[in-house]
Design a protein around this ligand. Sequence first.
Ligand SMILES: *[C@@H]1O[C@H](CO)[C@@H](O)[C@H](O)[C@H]1NC(C)=O
Ligand SMILES: *[C@@H]1O[C@H](CO)[C@@H](O)[C@H](O)[C@H]1NC(C)=O
Ligand SMILES: *[C@@H]1O[C@H](CO)[C@@H](O)[C@H](O)[C@H]1NC(C)=O
Ligand SMILES: *[C@@H]1O[C@H](CO)[C@@H](O)[C@H](O)[C@H]1NC(C)=O
Ligand SMILES: *[C@@H]1O[C@H](CO)[C@@H](O)[C@H](O)[C@H]1NC(C)=O
Ligand SMILES: CC(=O)N[C@H]1CO[C@H](CO)[C@@H](O)[C@@H]1O
Length: 791
Amino acid sequence: MASFSICLLIISAFSMQFSLVVDAVSDTDSLSVGQVITRSETLVSSGKFFELGFFRPGQSRNYYVGIWYKNIPERTVVWVANRDQPLTSSSPVLTISSEGNLVIEDGRITYRVSENVSSSQNTTATLLDSGNFVLRNEKLGLLWQSFDYPSHTFLPGMKLGYSRKTGKVWSLTSWKSRDDPSVGDAELKMEPGKSNAFSLMKRSQIVWTSGVWDGYIFSLVPEMTLNYIFNYSLYTDENETYFIYSIKDSIISRCILDVSGQVEQMSWLGARQAWFIFWSQPRTSCVACGPFSICNTATGSCQCLQGFFIGSDKNLSECVRRTALQCGDNSADREDRFLRMHNVKLPSPDKVLKLPGIEECKSACLNNCACTAYAYNSSGVCSSWDGKLYDLEQLSKNEGENIFIKLAASELPKPGGNKELLWITVIVVPLLLTASYIFLRWRRKLKYREEREPSQDMLLFDINSSTETSKNELSDGRAGKSKSTDAWLPLFSFASVSASTNNFSAENKLGEGGFGPVYKGELLNGQEVAVKRLSKKSGQGLEELKNETMLIAKLQHRNLVRLLGCCLDQDEKILIYEYLPNKSLDSFLFDRAKKRLLYWETRVKIIEGIAQGLLYLHQYSRLRIIHRDLKASNILLDTDMKPKISDFGMARMFGGDELQANTNRIVGTYGYMSPEYALEGLFSIKSDVFSFGVLLLEILSGKKNTGFYHTGSLNLLGHAWDLWKDNRALDLMDPILENEASYPMLARYVNVALLCVHENATDRPTMSEVVSMLTNEHLVLPRRNNQLSRM
Ligand SMILES: *[C@@H]1O[C@H](CO)[C@@H](O)[C@H](O)[C@H]1NC(C)=O
Ligand SMILES: *[C@@H]1O[C@H](CO)[C@@H](O)[C@H](O)[C@H]1NC(C)=O
Ligand SMILES: *[C@@H]1O[C@H](CO)[C@@H](O)[C@H](O)[C@H]1NC(C)=O
Ligand SMILES: *[C@@H]1O[C@H](CO)[C@@H](O)[C@H](O)[C@H]1NC(C)=O
Ligand SMILES: *[C@@H]1O[C@H](CO)[C@@H](O)[C@H](O)[C@H]1NC(C)=O
Ligand SMILES: CC(=O)N[C@H]1CO[C@H](CO)[C@@H](O)[C@@H]1O
């Protein structure tokens, strides 16, 4: 190893000599006065972590000077020198000018990267292993550094905050698009002189805030308490206030403000060559919608308004007007008109006026060429919007307001006197209505038949063909007996699923899972079901998904939610589960009033049930399912408060790593992720055991692992461990259990939980060991003797 490094040193020494000959640089980390970096050359930090040079982002033809990770194949740019000054010539150079400034020249323009640096000889610019590019000089020391001019990436060691002396704000600003690093419309910053909180601004409106720094964490970022990796601090003195972080392990991590306006903290998984996002805000996907589009909050999708289409950019980041407005040209026929949209959550207006009536409001907008929309409400307030219209949200019936969008007359059906319209209303509509009524009746009949006798539209599989499954299922007591025949998984049509959920109406929505929204539905036979509408993108093809669904449907255990059917219809992937009226464990456990219903006995039953369900997934099902997202909100409770694990097999169905269907990047639930999963993306049945341990502590204490802290220990796990060391494990107990709990049992459970959350996966027990430890009173448990060093 050592000789190899020496070898490298020699090589780089040689290349440095060569480069000096041509007065250019290569494979060095510094640039001095008179030297240049051309398009094909780069600086590399001494430890080879970062590289600096010219690049062209995405499809762009322009050159920029940027810094990216040296060893990450997909170029990940962390800083751009000339964001707002793209270079179009093909022979730009970066150099230090004679007066000591860092400049980019391309023959026509000279862009000064560093300004106001006093002239001096012997100035050098060095790319450091932290990713900071610093301009130094022997006499004056540090003159300028890139860390003082953040772009969209917040690296460890950088400051975000402000200087009280100069008023300078260190903030993150998004790129305009993936092809254009110029300053976009999102900014993450701390407002000078205000409370110590970050605000995420989009077009100067606050879309998310971190909450104030309370000494340990930002109050609305509870995930900061689950801190395996970072050392955060908020530094403040008479001159400046800033937030800074460092990384304890040797992992690569960065925080970015994405083009979509989301703040994301991610780490690089070398083994999988992928970025792993483990935290992001704001969670709503509406932030990604561009101008003249409307966001459907139920599905998180953006759609162009009527009269607009997706422009050159396929990312819906720009909807473009189909027909130009006629503004000013008042020849009656071509005057602009307004399209009424219902149930819209209005963005904050550009102008508000008190006007006597809606007609006045309308003409005010019509007479102002810049005005693109107006709204009028019952208190006589006329709101109007100029230019690009952003942040419209479609709400459901009885919510929101009307907004009127200005469109060219030709984009709207002509009002009244229109013969075609008359024809349509008088003849075609009734005809259509009759036809659809007949069709629906026919469908309905068919549907009933389908439910009784399986048609070819069903997936067939034979429970007995997997001898392993049936043999093992016997250990589950009840299961296995009633299933001597072929099992069928009904395939539902999209129309029937849609009808059962009232067209996926907001009133039917039960919640939002990692894979998409869940609705309550009612089948034609009156059975209540939970309908999970998976987000459109999944890593798998339809056939694979069908196979996986079939396999998953075969898993039957009293502690798993039953899959009743599915609908795979073109883009739609929908799973239909049994409906459990008591909702999820977290809705009881973390609710002050409802947690009283979780008696000690109930909690014991829940813990044992989850352990059994997980054991079945890991060991007794033929598939060996790793759940990967076990958490309180994925445990559903039936009417007897018996637990049923939901969302199992989702990772499998979605193929490999695509746990989060919305993106092609991996996301788990931070509070329950084992260290090896969070840091390296490694998962195994032992990462489920870790999540089970966290869940166990939450059930015993009634507290969330996320957001919990107590003097000295920053999360529930650390706190449990501290109490355990002091022989005070019983203090962990949820206070409302005081007169009920069995203390020896509680102590045993805490012990098991601490074994499960062992930092090393191999030292954690398997689920079958967990089950026997939980139930066997006479078993002597190993005591934990190691620290949770990273927590
Ligand atoms: C450079 O100095 C000028 C005048 O002193 C000032 O207006 C400008 O903001 C300074 N630029 C930077 C980047 O500090
Ligand atoms: C620049 O550095 C060299 C070597 O370090 C030194 O000999 C020279 O005097 C310096 N020049 C100036 C102007 O400081
Ligand atoms: C965390 O960061 C602060 C400030 O940078 C530093 O003083 C402290 O020593 C660090 N702690 C650890 C454990 O690295
Ligand atoms: C604040 O700035 C002043 C003037 O530059 C300096 O003298 C002082 O030491 C600074 N205070 C701190 C805490 O760095
Ligand atoms: C009308 O709009 C104004 C300004 O947005 C708002 O303050 C007022 O509450 C609204 N009135 C009603 C009845 O919605
Ligand atoms: C034209 C354009 O900007 N396309 C981008 C759309 O978004 C994807 C990823 O989200 C990019 O890969 C494309 O380049």
